[in-house]
Design a protein around this ligand. Structure first.
Ligand code: NAP
Length: 283
C-alpha cells in the first residue's frame, strides 16, 4: 500500500495562522508589534529568494520585517556593526542572518554576536548548547518543522529507532538531538558511515538531510517506516528533488514527505514561530 503523503504546505499554513493569532494577541494585550530584522550580505539569488519568502511570511502574520542588505564586499566589521545595532534596537525582537556569508566574513563569529534572546534561527552557541544538554531554548527551524510534522501525523518518536542522515549544525545535528529529547533511539549517519543501506534499513523513522539527489534508494527503507526528506536538490531538468528515491520509497513507507511541499514550507513557518516567541520573551 502506498504511503500517506505528508502535506507540509497544509501544516505550515496551520502554523502561520497560529502565529498570526499570537501576534494579534500580543498587539492587543501589550501594544507590541513583533519585529524581525533580516541581514543579507551579497547578491546570491537563492538567499534573495529565501529572504523574500521569510519577509512576506512575516508581514502576512502581522509582524514588521526590515531587511539590512550589505554589498558582497562588506567587511566582517561592517556586518558585525549591523548586528550590534540590531541587538540594541528595542523595535527589533528577532534577528536572522541569512547564510551563507561571503568568505571574508566569519560566519561563526557573526552568529555568536547575535543576542541569544533575539536569535530567530536558533543557531547561537547558547541555544546549541542548551539543546545538547537537553534544556529548553530556541530550536533551529528546519528540525523544529520536522518535529511538528511528526506531531501532526501522530508519530511519537518514543522508543522508536530514528536514523538521521547528515550532521550539519543547522539540520542533521540538532535533528538528532531533538529526536533524542523526544526519547527516540538515535543514530546519525554521515559521509564516513560504512554501510548506509543497512543503517537506513533499521530505521522506524528516517530523516534524510544530505543534499545528494536520490542517494537513498527506496528499496533500503524498512517497510512501514516514516520517511522525512529534508534534501532539496536541483535536478538536471531544473526541478527540485529530495535525497530519497521517492517513487520506490512511497511504496514501502507508511508516511513520507514530498519534495517540494514537505519540509520546505515548514522551515519558514517555524522561523515565524521563533520570531513571535522572541517577541513574547522580550515583552
Ligand atoms: P551540509 O551542511 O552539506 O551537510 C550534509 C551532510 O550530509 C553532512 O553531514 C555530510 O557528512 C552528509 N553526507 C554527505 N554525503 C553523504 C553520503 N554520501 N552519505 C552519507 N552522508 C553524507 O547540508 P545541510 O545544510 O545539512 O543540508 C542538507 C540538505 O537539506 C540539502 O539538500 C539542503 O538544501 C537541504 N535543506 C533543506 C531545508 C528545507 O527547508 N527543506 C533547510 C536546510 C537544508 P559529513 O559531515 O561527513 O560531511
Amino acid at each position: 500500500m502506498a504511503a500517506r503523503i505528508i502535506d507540509g504546505k497544509a501544516v505550515a499554513a496551520k502554523v502561520r495562522s497560529e502565529v498570526a493569532a499570537g501576534v494579534a494577541r500580543l498587539k492587543q494585550d501589550k501594544g507590541l508589534v513583533p519585529g524581525l530584522a533580516v541581514v543579507r550580505v551579497g547578491d546570491d539569488p537563492a538567499s534573495l529568494s529565501y529572504v523574500t519568502s521569510k519577509r512576506k511570511g512575516c508581514e502576512e502574520t502581522g509582524m514588521v520585517s526590515t531587511e539590512h542588505h550589505l554589498p558582497a564586499v562588506a567587511t566582517h566589521e561592517e556586518v558585525l556593526a549591523v548586528v550590534h545595532k540590531l541587538n540594541a534596537d528595542p523595535s527589533v525582537h528577532a534577528i536572522l542572518v541569512q547564510l551563507p556569508l561571503p568568505k571574508q566574513v566569519d560566519a561563526d563569529a557573526i552568529i555568536a554576536a547575535v543576542a541569544p534572546e533575539k536569535d530567530a534561527d536558533g543557531f547561537h552557541p547558547v541555544h546549541a548548547g542548551n539543546l545538547a544538554l537537553g534544556r529548553p531554548g530556541v530550536r533551529p527551524c528546519t528540525p523544529a518543522g520536522v518535529m511538528r510534522l511528526l506531531e501532526e501525523i501522530g508519530f511519537d518518536p518514543r522508543g522508536k529507532r530514528a536514523v538521521v542522515l547528515g550532521r550539519s549544525a543547522i539540520v542533521g545535528r540538532p535533528m538528532g538531538l531533538m529526536l533524542l529529547a523526544a526519547d527516540a533511539t538515535v543514530t546519525w549517519c554521515h559521509s564516513r558511515t560504512a554501510d548506509l543501506a543497512s543503517e537506513v534499513g533499521r530505521a522506524d523513522l528516517l530523516v534524510a538531510a544530505i543534499g545528494r539527489p536520490k542517494l537513498v534508494k527506496g528499496g533500503w527503507i524498512k517497510p512501514g517506516a516514516v520517511v522525512i526528506d529534508v534534501g532539496t536538490n536541483r535536478g538536471a531538468d531544473g526541478k527540485l528533488v529530495g535525497d530519497v528515491e521517492f517513487e520506490v520509497a512511497v511504496e514501502r513507507a507508511s508516511a513520507i514527505t514530498p519534495v517540494p511541499g514537505g519540509v520546505g514550507p515548514m522551515t519558514v513557518a517555524m522561523l515565524l514561530a521563533n520570531a513571535l516567541e522572541a517577541a513574547l520573551r522580550q515583552s
